[in-house]
Design a protein around this ligand. Structure first.
Ligand SMILES: NC(=O)c1ccc[n+]([C@@H]2O[C@H](COP(=O)([O-])OP(=O)(O)OC[C@H]3O[C@@H](n4cnc5c(N)ncnc54)[C@H](OP(=O)(O)O)[C@@H]3O)[C@@H](O)[C@H]2O)c1
Length: 252
């Protein structure tokens, strides 16, 4: 695979889970990675330290998303981190799931908060990033399998559906600049977001629904994001790639 050597990347939500795996993989390919986080400074610093220990380059950047001024805060830090260099790769990964936002219980405030972080932030982060991005750049949005399977967390699923639609139209708009826009849609992956997976019974249940017989790991997703960011993926745009080990393919 043609790597990311000499390129710059912003990965939102890179302190933990899937974002961290993406950041580590892009850094291993030679990218200078801006490791964005919301509140877990310790986790972001640990990600940066792990990248540096492996010989990579990274910079931690805090900005809470989904609040007033979020994009200004993020880009003030990003421009400082890039020090005049363009941005080559944007990975919109940061998001959260509100397990209480079901059809019975969701409130307008809870709805707004989830859309502000999971949809409004990627939209306006991308808008600003495009001013810094080179032609031929890469945008990868992290969606979810809940766009095609049913879940009680209905607002979370709606936010991810919006992200899929965003990616497709954006890919069309940015084609003339040679910028590709793709969506990576993970299945059930072992991260803090899914702490219920730490229960061995839950792991067994998920393994039984998955053709390859286990829940996903963050690196399973990070490796595919790195591929989409590479030159080898230059002819892929506007696509949603399901990365889930064969989740819900049917009964065994
Ligand atoms: N895990 C899964 O099974 C799964 C499945 C499908 C899709 N996904 C998607 O994959 C992506 C990563 O999920 P994950 O499982 O790795 O989640 P995670 O372990 O909970 O990590 C979430 C990351 O996003 C950041 N973040 C969350 N809300 C933020 C906010 N308001 N402002 C700034 N940063 C914020 C967190 O920063 P802090 O560390 O500072 O809190 C953290 O770095 C998400 O888009 C998620 O929807 C996950």
């Amino acid at each position: 695979m043609t790597g990311a050597s000499g390129r710059t990347a912003l990965v939102t939500g890179a302190s933990r889970g899937i974002g961290r795996a993406v950041a580590e993989r892009l850094a291993a390919e030679g990218a200078y990675v801006v490791v964005h986080y919301g509140s877990r400074k310790d986790a972001a610093e640990e990600t940066v330290a792990a990248i540096r220990r492996s010989g990579g380059q990274a910079f931690a950047l805090r900005a809470e998303l989904g609040v007033d001024g979020d994009v200004d805060t993020l880009f003030a830090g990003l421009e400082e981190a890039l020090a005049g260099r363009p941005l080559d790769i944007l990975v919109n990964n940061a998001a959260f799931i509100d397990y209480g936002a079901t059809i019975d219980a969701v409130t307008p405030d809870a709805y707004e908060r989830q859309f502000a972080t999971n949809v409004r932030a990627p939209l306006f982060v991308t808008q600003r990033a495009l001013r810094l991005m080179t032609d031929g750049g890469r945008i990868i949005n992290i969606s979810s399998g809940v766009t095609w399977f049913a879940t009680p967390e209905i607002v979370y699923a709606m936010t991810k559906g919006a992200l899929n639609v965003f990616s497709r139209s954006l890919a069309r708009t940015l084609g003339p600049r040679g910028i590709t826009v793709n969506t990576v849609s993970p299945g059930i992956t072992g991260t803090d977001m899914n702490d219920w997976l730490r229960d061995p019974d839950a792991t067994r249940r998920v393994a039984g629904m998955t053709a390859l017989g286990r829940p996903g790991e963050p690196a399973d997703i990070g490796d595919v994001v790195a591929f989409l960011a590479s030159d080898d993926a230059r002819w892929i745009t506007g696509q949603t790639i399901e990365v889930n080990g064969g989740l819900y393919l049917g009964p065994q």
